[in-house]
Write a new protein. Structure first.
Length: 86
């Protein structure tokens, strides 16, 4: 669907969902789950308002990229694989 989360803007790059999950599990001790559940847990514990993306920087916390926002093939800045679009 066009409003599915396809990737994230994070650390001045585009990251695939799998890499965001791996990063938050390894570096922040978040229990394995979906990226959205992991990010919700981290945001709640750290006072980040995910619904107000203007209130935080994507260098500090991932911002969502919806499928509709991708005009062309993108490559994950972490694993360097193509970001899959359904």
């Amino acid at each position: 669907m066009i409003y599915d989360i396809t990737a994230y803007t994070f650390n001045a790059d585009i990251w695939c969902v799998g890499c965001v999950e791996e990063h938050f599990e390894r570096n922040h001790g978040i229990a394995p789950a979906t990226a959205e559940d992991m990010l919700d847990d981290y945001a709640e514990a750290n006072g980040i308002d995910r619904m107000d993306e203007a209130s935080f920087d994507s260098g500090d916390f991932p911002k969502v990229i919806f499928e509709i926002d991708l005009d062309e093939v993108e490559i994950c800045g972490w694993c360097h694989n193509e970001i899959e679009i359904d």
